[in-house]
Write a protein that binds this ligand. Sequence first.
Ligand code: BG6
Length: 613
Amino acid sequence: MCGIVGYIGNKNSAEILVEGLKKLEYRGYDSAGIAVFEKDGINLVKTKGRMKDLEDKLAERGIPQGVCGIGHTRWATHGAPSDINSHPHRSGRVTIVHNGIIENYAELREELEAQGRVFLSQTDTECVSHTIDSMYNGDPIDAIYNAIKKFRGSYALAVLFDDHPETLYAIRHESPLIVGIGEGENFIASDIPAILSRTNKYYLLESNELAIITAGGIELLGADRAPIEKDVFVANWDVSAAEKGGYPHFMIKEIHEQPRALRDTICPRLSEGIDKLFDDEAQNLDFNTIKRIYIVACGSAMHAGMIGRHAIEKLARVPVQVEVASEFRYDTLLFQPGDAVLLISQSGETADTLAALRIAKANGVPTIAIVNVVGSSIAREADMVLYTWAGPEIAVATTKAYTCQVSILLMLAMRMAYERGTAEKAELERLAAELNKVPEIFESMLSSDKEEEYKALAESYKDCEDLFFIGRGYDSSLCWEASIKLKEVSYIHSEAYAAGELKHGTISLIDEGYPVVGIATSDAHYEKTISNVEEVLARGARVILLCNEDVAERLKASTKKVADDFIAIPLVDEFIRPLAAILPLQIFSYYAACARGCDVDKPKNLAKSVTVE
Ligand code: BG6
């Protein structure tokens, strides 16, 4: 939800801002802009559209020359994407970029207009620049602290004052913001990839801490305005991890990074035996006292939770409820002793998931978070954090973070089962050995002939407009992830449906040639899912059956038609099948989107990190 950057140092800031914004485009790409201090004042260039449009505009107008500036890439909330609604916003002597939502913007605007202030845009952000300017009497610190008292909502702000061209001010509440520490230069950014090619050292700002940044130093003030010292974080992400590395899109690069990401997430944790699994990370959790787990997340992270539910209930015999964070936070929550809340989030900043975490904590419920971004808000606030080691995920559609989340959930189910004595140690060790094989399985499935096969299949379905994914048990949960993947990148409408539920109304949509993907990898449900597949086939559906390779071979050899096309996954232990089964569907979605000419890494209307409600 909007990305912000800032630079102050001895180099030309415009290039550094543009480079940083390109790394933040996953946060929104409705418009982009930069403001740079030049000799004669602020030079502001902004435009509706993507970074490419901004670069074109900069090339046309000339690159601003100056060593201090701020930049923004927008996911529109208040006010349509347009040049005028683009950031930075400038009011009087103040220029700002903002990530977040000022909820009381309407009343602030009314107040400011009554003072004679003229608004140019429809954004909530312009209230911020006007408010700060209206309170500015020569002391930027005073103006910022006084202004934020008036704001309700969320903000990460970078602020420039006309008469302080050598200082950059930054403050945040709810929305993320880091201050990058360089030598003779310093940075601010919404996220690490934006600065990673320049520095891997940074401060994390807490709510209403103010950073006063010059080329030579960073001064930090607490919410009470007293000077503070903070720990320096060091990002261990490889710079190349945030580059495409020869792939045409981040999505396919990240699909191919899964063997490495899964290896890093799984193997070191399993290396010391089931009785040590998560020992370093989960010291203060007594698995025996947990009577019920709420898994709370958004989007694909929630779908990972759906897979986790099957594993935890089956192996550890603990009831699990999977909840959408945006609903959970406003539900009547009837917590009981023994409840635990498990949050899943790639970014660790998703507003609804963060709110759910805070509600659980306020109710005294233990919280566990599965997070990818080290030091993110959810990671810092949860009682315990289990990191996925996927590395930076740039494509809006998650792939490697999702499979790493699933792998952590499988390990959590194993460790809980061990503590609770609901599975034999020998059986858990066998499952650990199977899980350890996952990176290799992914490697072999990513061998080029398989990828070519999934690509050809995707191309042959590229013109369909609607599609069903059906399955039972964990295959039904997989359908949810398969469906969102296809929808978000290819714009082919699809629905995930419990296979047995289809005939309660929805089957009326099935017609000649209607595409249906049946997912039937689960031993317990396979026959029943095949029956449901036959029901749609009998009504003319065009069926892709995703099943284990032994089954595919048998069915292909049979004289009875059960599917038009097959996706055969290697016959792996059922425990790890949900991981193996999603890979071809990720590839299918990717190539379907490419075949339709979609902007794969930046699907329309989406942003990767949703830091607003
Ligand atoms: C969506 C992303 O906006 O948010 C998904 O596109 C993601 O990929 C979901 O699963 C939740 O985000 P996060 O960061 O909390 O995992």
